[in-house]
Design a protein around this ligand. Structure first.
Ligand SMILES: *Cc1c(COP(=O)(O)O)cnc(C)c1O
Length: 392
């Protein structure tokens, strides 16, 4: 499926296209069909056994999801992939396709709230254990590897604390112990960061965020090495988290403009971070490409740009956080991110509210932490709204 060529990944995202129908359409049609027909019983049988290529049923694959996956494979440098109905379905599928009772996972402590719930509440039901490790101390991870460790789960940059994980080091560790390195690459996107180049076996996305980029549909993507995706496909075909062809059509179209959108998201985010850094009401600002980020050198090395998320902490904590959110006039209060519209979130009371206060503090989610998903509005308007809300 993976068409190898030398074009730039974003050119592939624009030009890679499913075969045209007899109507010679320029923009890709949507295939809202649950199943596909066969000319005869022999072809149908051969397609089911895999002797013949062909699309059977949209829970397995569909022209729209196939096209989307091909594009993401080109962008990530991955061999194959599978599209799911949400980012969490992708994360669960990428873990559950491989682990058996008795297996152990090494996971960064700073993972998405629902990923944390999968590791701590669901996997133990099936006898799968995990150890949390510190994202910025990869040198210490080796000592936590057990004889039954099968997978390393990481997210970089992390949501919402923007902690980074050294992909080169963790890739080397995974190779040394023959572990599957499973990277949530949602915050960076394949335009900014390519985990496969560092030895990741799987790169997983919530396509709901920057890939759609317009806050319309949910989606998840798993891409990676062909032999791993084979197992993911088996697991997902039979458990049924397939992405809808409609959502795949939307997200595939969105990928055509993702590089341009991200350039502006990142430019706006850096300007906002620079503005916030000097503000008296703010005790700290986090942005990967801001020199004050504790892992700035690493961010420069493995991330082409700083991403569209800025996190900052209000000096006066939780109460100041609530006042700030209520005073925002233009920016939206929402739990989503990666939209054209600037969105403000208070992680401690929303996305990460299921964690204990202690668990939140351990991953840098302080009571006054605000996450800004910086949109595509004029940066002066974004700064002005945030500035007036800070004064309130
Ligand atoms: C949003 C998000 C997810 C979950 O994706 P959904 O599409 O909401 O299921 C997973 N990881 C990260 C880093 C996210 O931001």
């Amino acid at each position: 499926m993976n068409k190898k060529d030398n074009t730039h990944p974003h050119t592939s995202a624009i030009r890679q296209q499913m075969e045209r129908t007899q109507y010679r359409e320029h923009s890709n049609p949507m295939f809202l069909t649950s199943s596909f027909v066969f000319p005869d019983a022999e072809t149908m049988a051969a397609t089911f056994t895999g002797e013949a290529d062909g699309i059977i049923y949209s829970r397995y694959s569909n022209p729209n999801t196939d096209e989307l996956i091909q594009k993401v494979c080109s962008m990530e440098g991955a061999e194959d992939g599978f599209a799911t109905g949400s980012g969490m379905a992708a994360i669960f599928g990428s873990i559950a396709a491989f682990l058996e009772s008795g297996d152990h996972v090494i996971s960064s402590r700073a993972v998405f709230g629902s990923t944390h719930q999968i590791l701590s509440q669901l996997l133990p039901r099936w006898g799968i254990t995990h150890t949390y490790v510190e994202p910025d101390k990869v040198d210490e991870w080796e000592q936590h590897i057990q004889s039954n460790t099968r997978m390393i789960v990481i997210e970089t940059p992390s949501n919402p604390g923007l902690a980074l994980i050294d992909l080169e080091k963790v890739g080397a560790l995974a190779a040394k112990y023959d572990l599957i390195l499973n990277v949530d690459n949602c915050f960076a996107t394949p335009y900014i960061q390519k985990p496969m180049e560092y030895g990741a076996g799987l790169s997983v996305h919530s396509a709901t965020k920057w890939m759609d980029g317009q806050g319309r549909v949910l989606g998840g993507i798993i891409v990676g090495k062909a032999e791993l995706i084979e197992k993911v496909r088996f697991f997902c075909r039979h458990t049924g988290p397939a992405m809808s062809p409609f959502n795949a059509w939307i997200i595939s179209k969105s990928l055509e403009t993702m590089h341009v959108r991200l350039e502006r998201h990142c430019e706006n985010a850096l300007k906002l971070a620079q503005f916030l850094e000097g503000h008296s009401k703010i005790s700290s600002v986090r942005y990967p490409h801001l020199p004050s980020h504790p892992q700035y050198d690493l961010a420069k090395k493995q991330m082409k740009m700083g991403g569209g998320i800025v996190a900052f902490e209000l000096a006066d904590g939780l109460a100041a956080g609530r006042r700030f959110l209520n005073a925002a006039k233009m920016c939206s209060l929402s739990s989503n991110l990666g939209d054209t519209r600037t969105i403000l979130t208070h992680p401690a009371s929303t996305t990460h509210s299921k964690l204990t206060e202690e668990e939140r503090r351990a991953v840098g989610i302080m009571p006054g932490l605000i996450r800004v998903s910086v949109g595509l509005e004029n940066i002066d308007d974004i700064i002005q709204d945030i500035e007036q809300a800070l004064e309130a």
